[in-house]
Design a protein around this ligand. Sequence first.
Ligand code: ZN
Length: 187
Amino acid sequence: MFDFDTCNEARLRRDPAYDGLFFTAVRTTGIYCRPVCPVKHPLTKNVSYYPSAAAAERAGYRPCLRCRPETAPFCPAWKGTRTTVERALKMIESGALDSGSVHELAASLGIGTRHLSRLFARHIGASPVQMAQTLRIGRAKRLLDETNFHLSEIAFQAGFGSIRSFNAAFLTLYGRPPSSIRRQRIL
Ligand SMILES: [Zn+2]
């Protein structure tokens, strides 16, 4: 990784020789960019530099919509990895881990369980199981807000194996049971 001044000078002259070699993260916008990004330069005091798109994302930055640092062609390794992670996420979204195991998910992606877990730790910052749980809770929260379904129906539709695991997951995240959220809305 280059030092701050090298990155900063390369960024200010939009030097294509550095494209893919570092990424610029902008604190004030929460966005990260390639050095060649055509968007107006952010102030030097607001930027920091990362060696990879994944590192910038892990630090909480989102990819810029103009220069698309996450799909840049100069980084084939990351692109291949990203495709696998994206496929895994889609499968988790459609319920792969609500009924199946991480082992089965990894197998259907053609990789090992440990490799899948490593990819998730590196690019998502959470395990596949945590990701599935987050998605289930999100679905449940939407159903709680938008429908009058019975709680057991919501647990089932959101992909929880039982109302108990629904209650437990909800309590962990929000610090109160789903029934209290529903009551609050009705009142
Ligand atoms: Zn950009």
